[in-house]
Design a protein around this ligand. Structure first.
Ligand SMILES: Cc1cc2nc3c(=O)[nH]c(=O)nc-3n(C[C@H](O)[C@H](O)[C@H](O)COP(=O)(O)OP(=O)(O)OC[C@H]3O[C@@H](n4cnc5c(N)ncnc54)[C@H](O)[C@@H]3O)c2cc1C
Length: 208
């Protein structure tokens, strides 16, 4: 089948925190080096953040590195953690508060924020677009585009206008596009279906 295609330097699958921050970082690095690169992010949710469900306690170290002026840029980190209360639940009725000195270091959240991760992703998407990243929500990567030598050359987006069984609906069907790239970054989250295929094909977990 003849598919339409677009070409980019980098295609990123998934507009979660990792895909979006990678997109921003690439653009920042290219600007520092005085280079022009094209970066595209595809997101299967209808909008960025639509598939990001977690409320989170957020440790801002990585964001401090990515956008040291995030406060000025209006990042949605509005609720600093003021204290942690850790309880040992003995039974349905009784609980004992563990003194702070005995709470493991990783469970201390001083300096962290309570955020909506969806809102953080929406904000990251705005920053990415301001840096020149192209973001396509509503487009799922269906499979990796792999050439005869076994090199990943991008992705193919899902067909549009198909019925439940995947058969083309007359008048609506549009075959998925090839998004070709020099580099393809898979940031689908920990259970991404393409990630699973790539792990299997390239035995990425052989020594894990
Ligand atoms: C219930 C819960 C609570 C959590 N609480 C915390 C917390 O308090 N603090 C904390 O730091 N972390 C927390 N986490 C972990 C945090 O959410 C993850 O570490 C983080 O979201 C991972 O980011 P990611 O960008 O790798 O993947 P994800 O956030 O999973 O983003 C992946 C994105 O890719 C998209 N996508 C997937 N497949 C495709 C495809 N084929 N084509 C196009 N788009 C695709 C998805 O729609 C999604 O938008 C929590 C997670 C859960 C589930």
């Amino acid at each position: 089948m003849e598919r339409e295609f677009m070409e980019f330097d980098v295609v990123i699958v998934g507009a979660g925190p990792s895909g979006l921050s990678a997109a921003c970082r690439l653009k920042q690095k290219a600007a520092e080096a005085g280079q022009e690169i094209s970066v595209c992010v595809v997101e299967k949710g209808s909008e960025v953040g639509a598939h990001i469900l977690s409320g989170a306690v957020f440790e801002p170290r990585a964001l401090n590195e990515l956008f040291p002026n995030w406060q000025e840029l209006g990042a949605p980190l509005n609720t600093p953690v003021t204290r942690d209360d850790i309880y040992l639940l003995k039974n349905a009725q009784a609980a004992t508060k563990i003194p702070n000195a005995f709470v493991p270091k990783t469970m201390h959240n001083e300096g962290n924020y309570i955020i909506s991760l969806g809102n953080l992703c929406r904000w990251l998407a705005q920053q990415a677009e301001a840096l020149g990243v192209e973001i396509y929500p509503g487009f799922a990567a269906q499979e990796a585009l792999i050439d005869e030598q076994g090199i990943v050359r991008g992705i193919i987006t899902g067909d549009l206008g198909v019925d439940r069984e995947g058969n083309p609906k007359e008048g609506y069907y549009t075959p998925g596009m090839e998004l070709r790239a020099k580099y393809t970054l898979f940031a689908e989250g920990c259970r991404g279906h393409i990630g699973k295929q790539l792990i299997k094909r390239y035995k990425l977990d052989a020594e894990a």
